[in-house]
Design a protein around this ligand. Structure first.
Ligand code: TRP
Length: 339
């Protein structure tokens, strides 16, 4: 890794057996592209996943499957670091220190926590869920991250990371040598927003309709069935109009994002054709994109030692960076160095 390039850090939680098309287009594909221009560090944040009390076997399986999907999509361990968060204990250590710098009120204002506790009831939440954004800040600040690719839903959390970085620097660092880098959000503009196939009014998400989801590891038949039963409208005109024709527009977006053909071109190509034609084309484009990813994941999971080796190597390199940052921060706040 060359240190002259800006550094990017991002992560996903291992909370599902497969990533879905929204994760792929909205995140993973950008991560892969960023490797050409940035020092990239990507993590599977398994400690974050503990906030939802997963079944142990499921957590173990999903952690490996998530890492395998990063690799299959093109995260390249020769150029980038890929590791499981729990393999680098400095994440939990810096999180404690940062939690002592986070106001209780400040953490209470995080809308993701507020929404979740409103949904399940405050009694059903846990302290980990409350301090989740602080652990996320630790993930980012340990690596002197310049840019963090995140979705809209994580912007407030990233704002907290920035505030904590600034607070650390202003309390404990000298002006000419800051302790940590203040990270910038990286919101990819041209990212197509992908909606639920069964309910094109809401974002594609694993908590949405099962039949509205396209998962990376779904078998091709399931994917085809879901696309063919995607909600459209009573009209018959293929046009891009997200307000009045959300279902058809979503199919056009998916096609365009994966085929690279501009939406206007698609609309022209499908002029006078039926929704069924568009759906058949979308099935093909999706399979062309996801088929190779699915195959590569299967290969990787068939050789778990190799996958674990890649993760161990990534963790070793990540740890070398994290250890240096943590030592510098520990020293600056007045902790006596261990000998
Ligand atoms: N909170 C993020 C999400 O749910 C996952 C995450 C954890 C993350 N740590 C991170 C994302 C650090 C970017 C950087 O999507």
């Amino acid at each position: 890794m060359t240190s002259s390039r800006p550094r990017v850090f991002s992560a996903m939680q291992p909370t599902a057996d497969s990533l879905h098309l929204g994760n792929y287009l909205g995140a993973l594909r950008q991560w892969v592209a960023l490797q050409d221009t940035h020092d990239a560090i990507y993590s599977v944040v398994d400690l974050h996943a503990l906030t939802v009390a997963p079944e142990p076997e499921a957590l173990r399986r999903r952690s490996r499957v998530t890492a395998a999907q990063y690799l299959a999509a093109g995260v390249d361990p020769e150029r980038s670091l890929l590791f499981l968060q729990s393999h680098v204990p400095e994440h939990a250590e810096l999180a404690w220190l940062l939690s002592c710098l986070t106001g209780f009120g400040e953490a209470s204002r995080m809308t993701q926590f507020k929404d979740k506790s409103a949904r399940v009831g405050a009694e059903a939440t846990n302290v980990g869920l409350f301090t989740y954004p602080v652990l996320m800040a630790a993930d980012i600040l340990l690596y002197n991250t310049d840019l963090v690719p995140v979705g809209e839903d994580q912007k407030q959390h990233l704002e907290l990371s920035r505030n904590l970085a600034q607070r650390l620097n202003s309390r404990y660092a000298t002006e000419d040598s800051p302790l940590v880098t203040v990270p910038e959000p990286y919101i990819v503009k041209e990212t197509a927003k992908i909606y639920d196939l069964a309910d094109p009014g809401s974002k594609m998400s694993k908590s949405g309709h099962p039949s509205g989801l396209i998962e990376l590891l779904d078998d091709p038949k399931t994917v085809a069935t879901r696309i063919k039963s995607a909600v459209t409208d009573a009209d018959t005109v293929i046009a891009f109009d997200p307000v009045n024709k959300p279902g058809v527009s979503n199919l056009l977006s998916i096609h365009s994002a994966l085929s690279g053909v501009p939406v206007e071109q698609l609309v022209a190509d499908f002029d006078g054709k039926m929704y069924g034609h568009l759906k058949v084309a979308v099935v093909e484009v999706v399979e062309n994109a996801l088929g190779p990813v699915r195959e590569r994941v299967t290969e990787l999971l068939a050789r778990p030692e190799e996958l674990d080796e890649i993760l161990a190597d990534g963790a070793g390199k990540a740890r070398a960076i994290a250890r240096t940052t943590l030592a510098r921060v520990y020293d600056a706040v007045g902790l006596v160095p261990a000998r």
